[in-house]
Design a protein around this ligand. Structure first.
Ligand code: GUN
Length: 303
């Protein structure tokens, strides 16, 4: 293997330790802790496991954490009223509605009902606009792109003037990371290309990338010959390609995860690469915690 492995699990620990320390200091000085509510509608197994991990992480950091689980048949009006209640609750600084929502609920309406100053997911149009403007305007960068940027910065990869190619144009990853990498500032200032399903020659663009960020949701899409030798490859794909017995409990089946990049071959060509799992994945919840801490700091005027 020639590439340096970018270990999200280790970088997560670095950042969580920093947050934990800050929470302690703020509690001592101001007598408050960050408050995060996670609203879960229905019983989607993947959503339950994400929310459980979010709550566990918040607890470990000394946050006030509230898990508000509602049945799948909750009405849209009831859900909007619930969000309104947390918008008005001074002890809550971050509101997260776990997606996806049941079909009878308008997701856009729900996300737009969250107070933009408590929107720690960064999905509200006000925060999307702030991200586009950049600089001091940005309050809550969306968590997965913010995590990607931290991985790049903390691995010492040069971004200024770098050719960044983003594969995928989702609202959650592709579009925001492209905007973030082109802004002036730390871990950015890059020349950005976004490629997607209508792009004529994916390989051509990927081969130009000093930093290749892949968020396509297609297992093994990026082939080793698409990678420029020495490039930094960030694989955002988390594709369930089968099941295997758990190492901890062989009677339990766990998903086999595969990224969007052919990791085994790519690691011989890239300069840096993220594994799946253990690369980008652990960063999303970490940045959610950071955003919740930032929300409290904005409120206290100490950000
Ligand atoms: N579902 C999958 N990823 C996310 C996320 O980052 N935020 C929310 N709210 N729901 C999700």
């Amino acid at each position: 293997m020639t590439a340096k492995l970018i270990k999200g699990t280790e970088i997560r620990e670095e950042i969580l330790t920093e947050i934990e320390q800050e929470v302690k200091e703020i509690k001592e000085k101001h007598g408050v802790v960050p408050g995060l509510v996670t609203i879960l509608v229905g019983e989607n197994p993947a959503s339950i496991s994400y929310v459980t991990l979010k709550i566990k992480t918040a607890k470990r950091l000394g946050f006030k954490e509230v898990q508000d689980s509602r049945p799948a048949d909750i009405s849209e009006k009831e859900l909007l009223d619930l969000i309104d209640k947390y918008n008005k609750d001074d002890s809550i600084h971050g509101i997260l509605v776990q997606l996806p929502l049941p079909k009878h609920i308008d997701e856009k309406k729900v996300l737009n009902a969250i107070d933009p100053d408590k929107d720690v997911d960064g999905f509200h149009p006000v925060n999307v606009g702030r991200l586009m403007i950049g600089g001091d305007e940005v309050k809550f960068p969306p968590c997965t792109p913010a995590g990607i940027q931290e991985l790049i910065v903390r691995s010492g990869v040069e971004t200024k003037g770098a050719e960044v190619v983003v594969v995928g144009r989702s609202n959650i990853v592709g579009k925001p990371i492209a905007v973030m990498m082109m802004q002036k500032g730390r871990g950015a200032n890059s020349t950005v290309t976004v490629v997607h399903t209508a792009t004529k020659d994916l390989a051509y663009h990927c081969k130009r990338a000093d930093i290749l960020i892949v968020a396509a949701g297609v297992p093994g899409l990026v082939k080793p010959e698409w990678i420029k030798p020495g490039a930094c490859v960030i694989d955002v794909g988390v594709n369930r390609v089968g099941e295997k017995p758990s190492k901890k409990d062989p009677n339990k089946m766990v998903p086999i995860l595969r990224g969007d990049v052919d990791f085994e071959a790519a690691k011989e060509i890239a300069g840096w690469i993220t594994p799946v799992p253990g690369g980008v994945g652990p960063m999303t919840i970490t940045m959610l915690m950071k955003n919740t801490l930032m929300s409290l700091k904005y409120k206290l005027g100490i950000a």
